[in-house]
Write a protein of this length. Structure first.
Length: 241
């Protein structure tokens, strides 16, 4: 049985890192199977700044680093992790969203998207993503901040682009936002979802979850980099790189 993959995605200041840290701690997840802060690490190691967010060089570097960590975590979870779980703060989808967001026009957006989508490692990741849990964190108004890494403030547009990209690739996803602010509630709901993924025969229990399930429009139908910036009861709406 393949590992359960959980990707927490969304704009900046939506509580992605806070949720991922709490969930990883709650389930006792191995650090090798928990992927976090890849974009920040790439920026620090390569000397990128916020001024470089719109460059393909930076987004390609982030995507390749993210996908490499995902592949390593997948191998770890498949062969050496009793939980059979991969948790990632962001995904390979995020660089595509940011490339589109920073394009000067629609033509450039399509060009940037095509370059990233056709990276062989991303095409391989797409196969895994079809079976993954994507949680798209929506903004919570009082949590919106500039976290020093992601300077784009157009949270609503960012959510829209996440929807478009996820739908285009036929990826199933769920959303969480202001209706679930307490970190303990967020963790509980995600743990329930992970249990269902491990035991598909109890999928009828999905009705008990407070997370709103979404299915991409192409098949029938992406949270915060908060890093200690918010109390555990906060949900923040953030743009991930």
């Amino acid at each position: 049985m393949s590992p359960v993959q959980v990707y927490v995605i969304g704009p900046s200041s939506t509580g992605k890192t806070t949720l991922c840290n709490a969930l990883a701690k709650s389930v006792g997840l191995s650090t090798r199977c928990y992927i976090t802060e890849v974009a920040r690490q790439v920026m620090q190691s390569k000397g990128y700044t916020r001024a470089d967010v719109g460059t393909m060089e930076m987004q390609q570097a982030i995507m390749l680093a993210q996908l490499e960590k995902e592949a390593d975590a997948f191998a770890c979870a498949r062969w050496g992790n009793s939980e059979g779980l991969i948790l990632s703060d962001r995904s390979g989808i995020d660089p595509i969203v940011y490339a589109i967001m920073t394009a000067k026009d629609e033509a450039e957006a399509h060009q940037k998207e095509d370059v990233l989508v056709n990276i062989p490692a991303f095409q391989m990741a797409l196969r895994r993503y079809k079976e993954a849990i994507f949680l798209l964190l929506n903004p919570v108004e009082e949590w919106l901040v500039d976290d020093g890494v992601r300077s784009l403030d157009h949270h609503e547009r960012c959510i829209k682009v996440f929807h478009q990209v996820l739908d285009k690739f036929g990826l199933k996803y769920q959303e969480m936002g202001a209706e679930t602010k307490k970190i303990e509630d967020r963790v509980r709901l995600m743990e329930e979802r992970i249990v269902l993924a491990h035991r598909p025969h109890v999928s009828q229990m999905r009705e008990t979850l407070a997370i709103r399930p979404r299915v991409s429009e192409s098949t029938s139908a992406c949270c915060p980099n908060t890093e200690g910036q918010h109390p555990v009861t906060n949900t923040s709406r953030e743009m991930s790189l």
